[in-house]
Structures are given as C-alpha cells and as structure tokens.
Design a protein around this ligand. Sequence first.
Ligand code: UFG
Length: 327
Amino acid sequence: MRVLVTGGAGYIGSHTVRRLLEAGHEVIVYDNLSRGHREAVAGVPLVEGDIRDGELLRSTLARYGCRGILHFAALSLVGESVRDPQAYYLNNVGGGLTLLQAALHCGVPYFVFSSSAAVYGEPHEMPIREDFSLEPANPYGETKMVLEKALASYSRAYNFRAISLRYFNAAGASSAGDIGEDHDPETHLIPLVLRAIMTGEELTVFGDDYPTPDGTAVRDYIHVEDLAAAHVLALEALERGSPTAAYNLGTGRGYSVLEVIRAAEKVTGKKVPYRIGPRRPGDPAVLVASAEKAMAELGWQPRYTELEDIIATAWQWHRRRPRGFKG
Ligand code: UFG
C-alpha cells in the first residue's frame, strides 16, 4: 500500500518506515523536522511540512494517491505538556484534526495512530488492559485521548477506519545500529543511563519512595522494532477489514529504574554513576501493559522480551553515534 507517514523522521516513525519498506509498502514521509532527522529516512521520499498545514497535506495525499496514513507527528513530553498545554493541543489535537480532515477530503480509508499509555493515567490494577477507563493525568495524555475519540467517532460516520496503538516505553535502536533514539533535550531513561556511562555525567533517579519492590518506578520497556512491526500489522489488518480499535503495545513485564541501571551495567560492563533525587512530578509508580489483545487480534509478538537485549541495541547505537545524527 502507498502510505503517508507523518513524523516519519522521528524515533519510532523512522523505525516503522524501514519496516514498512521491508514489508513491500511504498512510503512517503511527511515531517517538519522540528524533532525528526532527515538522515533517519535517507533515500525515502520526504515532504517537509507541518501537520497543521491542511493544504500541503491534501496536495501531498492526492499527488501520491496514498491509501493509508500512519500518524506519528506529535509533541510527546509529559513535563513539557504540563508547562505548555497550548502547544500540545494546537499541535497534537489541532494538527491531528487537520490531518484527518485532509484524509477524509482525499478519501484515505486507513489510519494508524501513535497513541500512548499516557491515556490511562495511573490505574491501580496491573497489567493495564484496553478496557480500563481513560483518565489521562497530563495534557499530553489528554491530547492522545481526544484524537482517539475523534477517530472512533469519524469511523462511525465516514468511510474510514483507524487503529490506535498505545505504546508503553519505547526503547532500543535498530538492530543494524544505524538509526536510533536522538532527542534534544533527552529525557528518557535508557539513553540517559547510557550517556551517564559514556560521559561520567551523573544520572538522577527520580524518587526511591514509590510503592514498588525497590522503591523506584516501574515501566514496561518495548523495543522500537517491535513497535514498528505492530504498525505494519495494524495497517494490514485494516486493509483486511478490521474495525476501528485500540491496542496496547508492551511486553507485559515491568522493570524498575534501578533494574534498568543494573541491566545497563551488565550490557556495557561499566558502572552507571547515579544519585537518588526527588520524584518527577506526574510520574506514575507502575505502568505495565497487557498486550494480549494485540497478540490475539493483530498476530503481534514482541521479539525482544529481555531488557538486556533491548539495552544492547541502544548501546550499539549510542556508542556508534554519541552525538546522535549530528555526530
Ligand atoms: N527516570 C529517572 N531519571 C531520569 C529519567 C527518567 O529516574 O533521568 C525515570 C522516570 O521517573 C520513569 C522512568 O525512568 O520512572 C522512565 O522515564 P522516561 O522519561 O524514559 O519515560 P516515561 O515513563 O516518563 O514516559 C514514556 C514516554 C511518554 C509516554 C509514557 C507512557 O516518554 O511519552 O512513556 O508509558 F507517555
């Protein structure tokens, strides 16, 4: 299928572009390069544009005759969304609705949406299932929830179907070692742990007084290539007639911050310099996915089930490109 991938030059987008191409799909990347990297999609047609630019979206979809859209382009930092919710609503909700308007205008029937575990807020029961109530605890999660709801309503009214994929903690890098995570500023745990190892810069562990076995927060780390594979399966499921739905993507296993540090030390053979600091506002204690639904309905199976294997791919990337794509 010929597909438009918004945010295709970003971290999860670029790994998915590669997987789509491997599966024989035709890809046009649409990215404003505000956070993405041209080099991450070298050799792939790239339209440099913003998702709030309805005219450019319509002309691009029409020009290439796209049948599907994979929508990654979004702002995605929880803390930033608390400080500047307007940017998140304008970009993620406003831009998302503009993209949907263009999709309907051009008769694009299939849509795969980057959603997030952040739509759940902080459930008290683990693992998290898709039928849990959506109670986002920050503006970022709110924007993802609003777009999911728009997708559900639009698909009841129009000739259009969508799959929302609720990612838990994306991690790792391509097994080939040539693309990986490169955020500026970096806020995610695994790249910061590896940076601490490489530079000696001390990592701050955000809180050791959570109600978890070692007191540090627990997350479900899912390899970026496993996320990428799920997008291709979702697109193909839509093409076969699957209805609009939402799926969790995680491994079903949680690791604490200290367990991540220990695993990174094992992979690299080096010590992580760290200190314990206060909690980061808005961080839930535990987020672990039930991904049974994606496994049963999409036929998805994460290939990376061990944290050390995930970290090893990230280590390969960061060692090769310590300054990211710019280096
Ligand atoms: N952490 C630290 N020190 C750091 C950075 C992170 O202790 O310097 C901790 C965090 O407190 C958290 C864990 O490591 O407990 C993971 O933090 P990340 O920032 O890597 O990821 P988050 O769980 O905060 O958020 C990620 C995505 C969000 C998404 C969420 C869903 O960035 O977009 O997963 O689970 F909403």
